[in-house]
Design a protein around this ligand. Structure first.
Ligand SMILES: [Ca+2]
Ligand SMILES: [Ca+2]
Length: 629
C-alpha cells in the first residue's frame, strides 16, 4: 500500500513539475523606472482616453498592483527610498534637491553606509547596470544624485544619466509664449506641451532603451540586474507629433475634478500654476501633452518587452515596473506632485515573476514603492538587508487575496503625510494641524473631507495610530477640532474662512491683462518692483570662472536679450537658474541671432559647442544685447 501511495504521489509531482516551471533560483531582473507617470494608464483606468497597449500587455504577463503608492511624492526622495528601502520619514529625505553632483543623500547618517538595491544584487553574484534616470536628475540639470560606485556600468554617464533631449522648434515655443500672458511657471517652457520635430529614435528615452536592449542580448556568465529609467511623461511634455495626433484637441477630456475642492483641505501652495493654465485656457492642451507623453513612454516599455522576449531570457527574468509618484493635472488646482493625495501618490506598479505570478493577476491591497527592494531580494532568494522598512510582496504575488499584508502605504512629502489603507486615505499636516479623511468606496476623487465627523472618529483614530506606528510623527489625539482659519459647518465638515476662489482669480487676471496691466495672482498684485529703461544695452562679459557663484534673482521686470553670434562656430546658450545651475536653452549658428525673453537680474551663460564656458551676462532693467565673438 505504502509503495502504491508513493508511486501515485510521484506521478502527480511529475505532472506538477511539467506544468508549472519552478521559479528560477537566480532570476535576471529588468527594473523599469518611469518618471511622473500617474494612474491614467489603461490598466489603472484613471483617464478614459489614455492609450497604453504595452502596459496592458505587461499587465497580462503578471500582477498589476491597483492600489500602489509612492513612499514620497517627489523624484529625489521617492528614488532614494526605492533604492535604499529606507522610509523617507526615517531618513528625513522627503523632498527634491536640484544642485550638486554625486550621491549627496549619502551624507545622511541613516543612509551613509546602506547597501542599495543594485549593490545588493552585485553582492549576490549579479552584474548590475543602470541607464537613464534612476536616482534624481533632470533633462535640464547637468548633474544627478546617482551613486556611481553602486553599479558595474552606467549609461550614458553616471553623473549625466539622461541623454541629450531635443526641444521643440524655437518658432513654435515663441508662438506659444506670445499666445499666453502672465508669468509661466518655471520659465523656459519647461512647463510646456509642444511636439518635437523628431521621431522616436531622436528621443533621449529611445537611446536608454537601445542601451538596455543591447545589455539584455549579451552573453554573460552572471545573471543581470538592468535598471532602465524612462524620463517621460515628466515635464516638458515634448514628444514626437504622432503621439499628439492620437489625441485630437477638441476631443480631449479634462480629468474629473471639483471646483473649490480646497475649501476643506491643506493648501499645497501651488495654485498659481493652475491660475496661469486657466487664465490662458491651456488645461486641455496640457492634458493632451501629458497623454501624448504617457503613450510615448508606453511605446518605450513595449520596446523593452519585445527586446526581452527576443533575447530568449523572458522565462528567467523578473520584470518590475514602477513610477516614482503620480501627477496632478489640475485636480485640486495643482500641477505635478508634491501632495499626499491620491493624484500624487498612486502609481503604476507591475511585477512579472516567472513561476510565481499568474498571468493577468490583480492585487488591490495597499502597497508601497518601499516594498520593491524586499520583494526583489526575496524573489532572488537572498537575505533581506537590515535597513529595509518595506514588506516583501511575495505572498501577495502568489495569492493577491489570501497573501499577508501588514503595513498601510504611507507617503511623506516634507512635513505632510498620507496613509492609504484598503478603502481610506488619511492626510495630516503637522504644521497647520489639519487632518483629512476620505472614503474611497464613495469618493475616489477625495473631495469630501470626513475627518471632523463624529461618526468617523474610530476610523480617524485607526489611521492616526498607523501613522504614529510607522513614522515619528505626532498626530492629534481625541476629538478632531478644526484648525486655525477653518470653521466647523453644521454637517460636521470644515470650511476655510480665508478661501480665495480660483474662478475669481482667473477673471481678475483676464481683466487686468485686457487693461494692459500685470496679472494679479490669486488676487495679489505682481507688478515688478522696478520700471524698464528705454533702449538696448550691450551687456559686459563676466568672467566665466564665476559660474557656480552667480544665481538668477531680481525684481520680476520682464526684459529681452538678443544673442548675436558673430563667431565662426556654433554657440550654446544656458540660463543660470536660481540655484546657480546651467539650464540648457538654445543653439545659435554662426551669423545667427536669437531673441530671448527673461527678467532683470537673471544670468545667462554662453558656451562653445563642447559646453566650455565663454562668458556670463547679467540682465539689467533694460533690453540687452550679447555679442558672441
Ligand atoms: Ca518624478
Ligand atoms: Ca474638498
Amino acid at each position: 500500500m505504502k509503495t502504491r501511495i508513493t508511486a501515485v504521489l510521484g506521478f502527480f509531482a511529475t505532472i506538477f513539475v511539467l506544468n508549472a516551471p519552478a521559479a528560477p533560483q537566480k532570476p535576471n531582473v529588468l527594473f523599469i523606472a518611469i518618471d511622473d507617470m500617474n494612474d491614467w494608464i489603461e490598466p489603472l483606468d484613471g483617464h478614459p482616453q489614455a492609450i497604453t497597449p504595452n502596459l496592458n500587455r505587461l499587465a497580462k504577463m503578471g500582477m498589476t498592483f491597483r492600489n500602489a503608492h509612492t513612499a514620497s511624492p517627489a523624484c529625489h526622495s521617492s528614488r532614494v527610498a526605492v533604492m535604499t528601502g529606507v522610509r523617507p520619514s526615517t531618513s528625513g529625505i522627503t523632498a527634491n534637491v536640484f544642485k550638486g553632483t554625486g550621491p549627496n543623500w549619502r551624507k545622511n547618517p541613516k543612509l551613509a553606509n546602506v547597501v542599495t538595491l543594485s549593490q545588493h544584487f552585485r553582492n549576490h553574484g549579479y552584474t548590475a547596470m543602470g541607464g537613464g534616470k534612476i536616482y534624481h536628475s533632470l533633462q535640464w540639470w547637468n548633474g544627478s544624485e546617482n551613486d556611481p560606485d553602486t553599479w558595474d556600468s552606467y549609461f550614458p554617464e553616471p553623473h549625466k544619466p539622461i541623454p541629450f533631449q531635443v526641444r521643440p522648434p524655437t518658432k513654435d515655443v515663441q508662438a506659444h509664449e506670445a499666445s499666453c500672458f502672465g508669468r509661466r511657471p518655471l520659465g523656459n517652457h519647461l512647463f510646456g506641451w509642444l511636439p518635437v520635430a523628431e521621431d522616436d529614435p531622436g528621443m533621449s528615452d529611445y537611446k536608454v532603451v537601445e542601451w538596455a536592449l543591447s545589455e539584455m542580448k549579451k552573453k554573460r556568465d552572471k545573471p543581470f540586474f538592468i535598471a532602465a529609467g524612462i524620463f517621460r511623461p515628466h515635464i516638458p511634455w515634448e514628444v514626437p507629433a504622432k503621439y499628439f495626433d492620437m489625441y485630437p484637441l477638441d476631443k480631449v477630456q479634462l480629468p474629473s475634478h471639483q471646483e473649490d475642492d480646497l475649501t476643506d483641505t491643506w493648501d499645497h501652495g501651488r495654485r498659481s500654476w493652475h491660475q496661469w493654465v486657466a487664465q490662458n485656457d491651456q488645461w486641455k492642451q496640457a492634458v493632451r501633452g501629458y497623454l501624448a507623453s504617457i503613450t510615448f513612454a508606453d511605446a518605450m516599455v513595449g520596446r523593452l518587452l519585445d527586446g526581452l522576449q527576443q533575447s530568449g531570457r523572458a522565462k528567467d527574468t523578473i520584470i518590475v515596473l514602477w513610477s516614482d509618484h503620480g501627477m496632478h493635472i489640475g485636480e485640486k488646482e495643482n500641477w505635478e506632485k508634491f501632495t499626499c493625495w491620491e493624484e500624487s501618490t498612486r502609481i503604476p506598479m507591475f511585477v512579472v515573476a516567472p513561476g510565481i505570478t499568474k498571468a493577468g493577476s490583480i492585487c488591490d491591497r495597499p502597497v508601497s514603492t518601499l516594498d520593491i527592494y524586499p520583494t526583489l531580494a526575496a524573489l532572488a532568494n537572498t537575505e533581506l538587508p537590515e535597513q529595509l522598512e518595506g514588506e516583501s510582496l511575495v505572498a501577495l504575488l502568489k495569492d493577491p487575496k489570501a497573501g499577508k499584508r501588514v503595513q498601510p502605504a504611507i507617503s511623506s512629502y516634507r512635513r505632510i503625510h498620507g496613509v492609504r489603507t484598503d478603502h481610506w486615505r488619511y492626510v495630516f499636516d503637522p504644521g497647520s494641524k489639519i487632518e483629512e479623511l476620505y472614503d474611497h468606496r464613495k469618493d475616489q476623487g477625495e473631495h469630501d473631507n470626513l475627518a471632523y465627523m463624529p461618526e468617523h472618529q474610530a476610523i480617524l483614530e485607526l489611521h492616526r495610530s498607523l501613522l504614529r506606528k510607522y513614522t515619528p510623527v505626532k498626530t492629534p489625539e481625541g476629538k478632531a477640532t478644526p484648525p486655525k482659519s477653518f470653521e466647523r459647518l453644521p454637517n460636521n465638515r470644515i470650511r476655510r474662512t480665508n478661501y480665495f476662489p480660483m474662478a475669481k482669480a482667473v477673471a481678475e487676471a483676464k481683466a487686468a491683462n485686457k487693461r494692459g496691466e500685470p496679472a494679479p495672482i490669486l488676487g495679489r498684485k505682481t507688478a515688478p518692483t522696478a520700471s524698464k529703461k528705454p533702449g538696448v544695452k550691450k551687456l559686459a562679459v563676466i568672467d566665466p570662472a564665476r559660474e557656480g557663484k552667480v544665481r538668477s534673482g531680481g525684481n520680476a521686470l520682464e526684459v529681452h536679450l538678443t544673442f548675436r553670434n558673430q563667431s565662426k562656430a556654433k554657440a550654446l546658450i544656458y540660463w543660470i537658474n536660481t540655484s546657480g545651475d546651467r539650464v540648457q536653452y538654445n543653439e545659435i549658428n554662426p551669423g545667427a541671432e536669437v531673441r530671448q525673453r527673461t527678467y532683470s537680474g537673471h544670468y545667462w551663460l554662453v558656451t562653445d559647442h563642447d559646453r566650455k564656458a565663454l562668458g556670463i551676462y547679467k540682465t539689467e532693467n533694460q533690453d540687452g544685447l550679447v555679442h558672441i565673438r
